[in-house]
Design a protein around this ligand. Structure first.
Ligand SMILES: Nc1ncnc2c1ncn2[C@@H]1O[C@H](COP(=O)(O)O)[C@@H](OP(=O)(O)O)[C@H]1O
Ligand SMILES: [Mg+2]
Length: 319
C-alpha cells in the first residue's frame, strides 16, 4: 500500500484494538453456553418474526451465534479446520431455517453454486438455477471474512442475509437485508435502518477521504485511486464489515474491484441503501442481483455527497 493507513479508524470499525489481549468472542460466547449450544445444533429457540426484514436479522444473528460457538469449541490452532467448520455450521443453519420458515423461497449461496456445476453428457456443465424463475430469493453469505474469522482476536467477519424479490420497489430489488457482526455484538438490518452517518470533520476541513479496503488483498486499482485523490486506505476484512463501517461513519467509502459475488454485497448493500447511502458498480451503473452469473466483481458504497467526486476519480482508474 502506497499510503499510510488509518489504524485507529480500522480498529474502531472492526471493534478490535491491537493492544487488546484475549478474544472478545470467547467472553461473549461464554456468557450463555446453553443458548449457544442450542443454536449451534439448530435447537429450537422459538418462532422467528413473520416480517421478512426482522426475520433476516433473526437468521443472521442465529448464524452469528453458531459461529461464535464454533470458535469457542475449536480454538485457533488449525485455521483451515476452523474456517471449514464455521462455513459449514453457518451454511447448514441458514439452509435449515430457510427451508423450515420460508419453504417456498429460493436460496442463493456459495455452496449451492458449487452444486450447480455438474457432469452432463460427459461435459462439465453449469445447470440453470431454479432461482432465476423465482419471485423470492434469499442471497446469503454464511461467513464473510472467513480468513479473519480464523484469526484470534479479530472481529471483522460477518453473516449476510438478504432477500431479493421480483416485485420489490427497494433499490436493487433488495427487499430486506441483515449483516450480523457477532464478535462486535452488532447487527445492522433493514428492519431498523441505521441513521445516515454524520458528516466527518475531515470533510469540512478538506481532510483525507477514508476508503475501507481489503486488509489482505487490496486491489492495485484501489491503491492507485487512493493515491490519486489523496485518500487513506482503512484496511479491514469482510465486505459486510467494510460497508458497515461506511454506515457508521468510521469510513467514508468502500471501493472494491477485481472479483466478488452477489452474496458478498447483497445484504450490506440493502442496509446501506435503506440508510440513504450511495451504492453502485464502480462505473456508476446499477448493481444487479439474482443474475444467472452471480459474479459481481466491483462496487462502491459511500456517502451521497461523495459519490460524484469518487465516481469521477474512478472513471480515471477503471481496470
Ligand atoms: N478478487 C476476489 N475474487 C473473489 N472474491 C473476492 C475477491 N476479493 C474479495 N473477495 C471476497 O470478498 C469478501 C471480502 O474480502 P476481503 O475481506 O478481502 O475484503 C470475501 O468473502 P468470503 O470471506 O465470504 O470468502 C472474499 O472472498
Ligand atoms: Mg463473502
Amino acid at each position: 500500500m502506497g499510503r499510510p493507513v488509518r489504524r485507529e479508524a480500522a480498529d474502531r470499525a472492526v471493534g478490535w484494538r491491537s493492544e487488546d489481549v484475549g478474544d472478545r468472542t470467547s467472553t461473549s460466547a461464554r456468557t450463555d453456553q446453553s443458548r449457544i449450544a442450542g443454536q449451534r445444533d439448530g435447537g429450537d429457540v422459538g418462532t422467528p418474526p413473520v416480517i421478512d426484514a426482522a426475520f433476516a436479522r433473526w437468521l443472521a444473528d442465529r448464524a452469528g451465534q453458531a459461529l461464535l460457538a464454533v470458535r469457542e469449541e475449536l480454538g485457533y490452532a488449525d485455521p483451515k479446520a476452523l474456517k471449514a467448520a464455521g462455513d459449514r455450521a453457518a451454511h447448514d443453519l441458514l439452509r435449515t431455517e430457510l427451508a423450515r420458515w420460508r419453504p417456498a423461497d429460493a436460496v442463493l449461496s456459495e455452496e449451492d453454486e458449487h452444486a450447480r456445476v455438474a457432469w452432463q453428457d460427459g461435459e462439465h456443465a453449469v445447470l440453470r438455477p431454479e432461482r432465476l424463475g423465482a419471485s423470492r430469493v434469499w442471497i446469503v453469505d454464511p461467513l464473510d471474512g472467513t480468513r479473519e474469522f480464523s484469526e484470534q482476536g479479530r472481529a471483522d467477519w460477518a453473516v449476510h442475509v438478504a432477500l431479493w424479490t421480483a416485485d420489490s420497489s427497494s433499490p436493487f430489488r433488495l427487499a430486506a437485508g441483515a449483516v450480523a457482526m457477532p464478535a462486535q455484538h452488532r447487527t445492522v438490518a433493514t428492519d431498523s435502518p441505521p441513521a445516515y452517518p454524520p458528516m466527518p470533520l475531515s470533510a469540512a476541513t478538506g481532510g483525507a477521504i477514508r476508503i475501507a479496503a481489503s486488509r489482505t488483498r487490496p486491489p492495485a486499482f484501489v491503491t492507485a485511486l487512493a493515491e490519486d485523490i489523496g485518500a487513506e486506505l482503512v484496511p479491514m476484512g469482510s465486505a459486510g464489515v467494510k460497508i458497515a463501517a461506511v454506515i457508521s461513519g468510521d469510513a467514508d467509502a468502500y471501493v472494491h474491484a477485481g472479483g466478488q459475488y452477489e452474496w458478498d454485497s447483497a445484504a450490506p448493500v440493502a442496509v446501506a441503501s435503506a440508510t440513504g447511502l450511495h451504492a453502485s458498480r464502480i462505473d456508476g451503473s446499477e448493481l444487479k442481483y439474482n443474475q444467472a452469473d452471480p459474479k459481481l466483481p466491483d462496487l462502491v458504497v459511500c456517502r451521497k455527497d461523495l459519490a460524484p467526486r469518487l465516481l469521477a476519480a474512478l472513471q480515471r482508474h477503471l481496470p
